[in-house]
Design a protein around this ligand. Sequence first.
Ligand SMILES: NC(=O)C1=CN([C@@H]2O[C@H](COP(=O)(O)OP(=O)(O)OC[C@H]3O[C@@H](n4cnc5c(N)ncnc54)[C@H](OP(=O)(O)O)[C@@H]3O)[C@@H](O)[C@H]2O)[C@H](O)CC1
Ligand SMILES: [K+]
Length: 505
Amino acid sequence: MKILNVDQIRSLDQSTIQHEPIAPINLMERAAHTFVEWFVDHFPDTIHTKIFCGLGNNGGDGMAIARLLLEHQYPIEVYVVRYAPRESDDFMHNHRRLKLLLDSIHYIESTADIPAIRHNEVVIDAIFGSGLSRPTEGIVKDTIQAINRAPATVVSVDIASGLYTDQPNEPTDVIIEPDYTLTFQLPKLALVLPKNGPYVGNWHILDIRLHKRFIDQAPTSYYFTQPSEARLLLRKRNRFSNKGTFGHALLLAGSYGKIGAAVLSAKACLRAGVGLLTVQVPQCGYTILQTVVPEAMCSPDRHQNILTGIAPSDQAGHESLDPSDFSAIGIGPGIGKAPETLAMLKGLLPSLKKPIVVDADALNLLAENRELLNHIPPSSILTPHPKEFERLTKKWSNDYQKLDLLREFAKKNKIVVVLKGAFSAIATPDGDIHFNSTGNPGLSTGGTGDVLTGVLTALLAQGYDPVEAAVLGVYAHGLAGDQVASQRGSIGMTASDVIDALRWE
Ligand SMILES: NC(=O)C1=CN([C@@H]2O[C@H](COP(=O)(O)OP(=O)(O)OC[C@H]3O[C@@H](n4cnc5c(N)ncnc54)[C@H](OP(=O)(O)O)[C@@H]3O)[C@@H](O)[C@H]2O)[C@H](O)CC1
Ligand SMILES: [K+]
């Protein structure tokens, strides 16, 4: 699903009005209806609801919502924040209609007009939507602060009032802090950025049937992965397949005290459908791996405690591993940053031809030896969390700058970068960014990154295109986390739970 910018959303509105065709006021009515449908599903019709409206079309939505909630017999109060002398046409229209039904509409011109808001009430925030053009000030700011101080549940229409749709806010900006945001038709960039968490709450998309062809043709570099899109990426399996069909992956993982990382990656790799798996671990991990992941072959490093090279020691009596024998390689979980491990990376990278997965300490080694980035095979997948990404690039001052850095880094190095976090951002070598839609805070626990590395390595090994592997793998990993959260809650979720919950259907 595309994420469009404010100008495109405005044009989309116009295009819908022209091509459907539909009168603007009816489009507003449709938006209000979809909002109310959601609202009725979530709040009983006994709940006291205060609707705060601005004077533009977001306020117009609020007026229409108020009328529809009245029809559903909700006890409502409507407050218009009079911050300017002008109102939009559609606001005025809905204002007139509401006045015919409601004895009194309240107007907020000074702080004395701001009502007390109780905990067992719901506030609908329809002050500003995508038309926000400057920071909130004066009576709007006072009203927003009062709403934020109140213990009520807050639902924002389209976007929280005061939050820009696609540009950074200043830290001093006063913005509604909603529990829910119900946004129309398409996700907005502001809704997926970590710093905006307090100004977004749980957000949902309301389909108001805007002009589909316009959306299909609109250029964008931002996407939000919908369940149906992820499912389409999943390849069907041929009944006449054998384990060779699904590739042979190699994982280079683990060091003394961190063999668990190798185990988690290996198990996840198998659960993500790889045909064959070899794991190279330091010798201290050999027995562990052979015991707890019997499905994997284990190649012991010549070193007892760290990884030093892809060929195992002759004394161990194993054949040398040839990187070109593997359909995909994943490097990094738990490997540490020993000089010998760095030397292994330096020796290995230039010899690789196929895309690999690079995670954890392998990323930190890259950050400390940036010339190695030149040897990462094109279309490889790097999976940094924000701190690792900062080490690879530089500090950013806001989430929008971070996205620019991410895009540039992926393009310059011709790689796929999965920036992990809520709504993980996947940057492609072409400069697109796909935001993931699954996952929850329970995934912020040790080992889930190792699981992701295993999953991505398995998908590469099965021949998935690297961008598709990243989008699908990150989606499935988050979905597994959501599955665990729905069964046993997100607190106490472990990486092993996530592996068990991986599903490919
Ligand atoms: N696109 C859709 O899918 C639909 C959207 N709808 C709703 O419409 C709003 C957008 O409405 P719009 O009238 O464009 O903008 P707002 O209601 O957000 O803002 C109204 C005007 O307020 C002025 N403004 C902006 N920032 C401030 C501020 N900080 N202080 C005071 N005034 C401000 C601004 O006018 P200026 O000329 O002064 O810049 C705004 O125009 C969208 O979010 C949806 O809720 C439709 O109802 C359905 C389809
Ligand atoms: K709003």
